[in-house]
Design a protein around this ligand. Structure first.
Ligand SMILES: [Zn+2]
Length: 319
């Protein structure tokens, strides 16, 4: 299996123009860059092409500032459909995508759909190198690509914000981290452009540090957060049902937390993240991870804060 390290550049709808066409495709892909790596993170080949825009022909000011090229260059580009054909042919048969962040594959599929081309099959698994970098170096926040490159003291020979160059940097970061295959594969992500269409299709991913569960779509947030399967917490190390320590409570409009204790493995933190769909519905990403004291205390503190607030308002945030 190869890794296809993909980076896309896109132009954005300008806010003045609000034709229907522009609303349908807010981000139009104008460049594809990719590096093919083998399983030992060694480069096999590279891909780059510009795409002639048909929706947002004028680059938005801030996009133009970032990019190392302009409309003139893009006018010489391939049509989207030709670019896609060439790209997927280059990808070959047995590969998995790696991207810096979580956006590229979703935008790729929006563009595919706009051009009435076949979108990628569900479930689309990939590796978010930005997230993996953060996990690997114990960072709370994800970093911009150039920051990660600086931190790893990699040579900065290429100009940023060109798709191929950004893909090269991402590939270099993968090489430098040089995670064991088992470790790397434990960071599988699901692209959320397509989500499970029913409860049977719901997906459970096992990571090194916990589990991630991705649900089907619900009509309302309330329905999503009160679903029995969504609220289930199980220890991901021994599959036992832990003792509930703190029932699910709503910490923000889209986030819920709960604490539970496994007799063998200690405290577990449950987190529900409610994510909205374009059509107005919601799906849930539930994670269960081991929780260190500091995390447990932070969650308890948040619960107390909200409880005191709601007691003074006579409105409860607990479900
Ligand atoms: Zn356990």
């Amino acid at each position: 299996m190869n890794y296809i390290v993909l980076d896309l550049e896109w132009n954005q709808a300008s806010y003045e123009g609000s034709s229907k066409k522009k609303k349908i495709l807010s981000y139009e892909i104008i460049e594809i860059g990719a590096v093919k790596l083998n399983e030992r993170y060694q480069k096999i080949s590279e891909f780059q092409c510009f795409i002639k825009p048909v929706v947002h022909k004028k680059l938005q000011a801030h996009v133009r500032e970032l990019l190392a090229y302009d409309e003139k260059k893009l006018a010489e580009g391939l049509t989207f459909s030709k670019a896609i054909d060439t790209f997927f042919e280059w990808c070959g048969e047995n590969y998995v995508f790696c991207t810096w962040g979580t956006e590229d594959l979703t935008q790729l599929q929006r563009n595919l759909e706009y051009h009435k081309l076949k979108t990628l099959d569900f479930p689309l698994y990939y590796y978010d190198i930005q997230g993996i970098f953060a996990h690997n170096y114990h960072k709370q926040d994800v970093l911009a690509l150039y920051k990660a490159v600086e931190e790893l003291e990699l040579p900065q020979d290429y100009e940023y914000h060109m798709a191929l160059n950004d893909a090269r940097y991402t590939a270099m970061i993968m090489g430098k981290m040089n995670l064991s295959k088992k470790n790397f594969l434990s960071y599988t992500s699901l692209d959320y452009y397509k989500i499970p269409s029913n409860s049977k299709e719901e997906i459970s991913l096992l990571h090194l540090e916990g589990t991630e569960y991705i649900t089907r779509e619900f009509q309302t947030k309330k329905e999503a957060a009160s679903d029995r399967k969504v609220r289930k917490i199980q220890c991901f190390l021994c599959q036992q049902m832990p003792n509930k320590r703190l029932r699910w409570f709503q910490s923000s409009p889209t986030v819920y937390y709960a604490l539970a204790q496994c007799k063998t493995h200690g405290m577990l933190l449950g987190k529900l993240k409610l994510k909205s769909r374009e059509n107005g519905g919601y799906f849930v990403v539930r994670t269960v991870t081991l929780a260190e004291d500091e995390v447990v205390n932070r969650v308890l503190q948040r619960y107390q804060e909200l409880k005191e607030k709601s007691e003074s308002k006579q409105d409860t945030g607990t479900m």
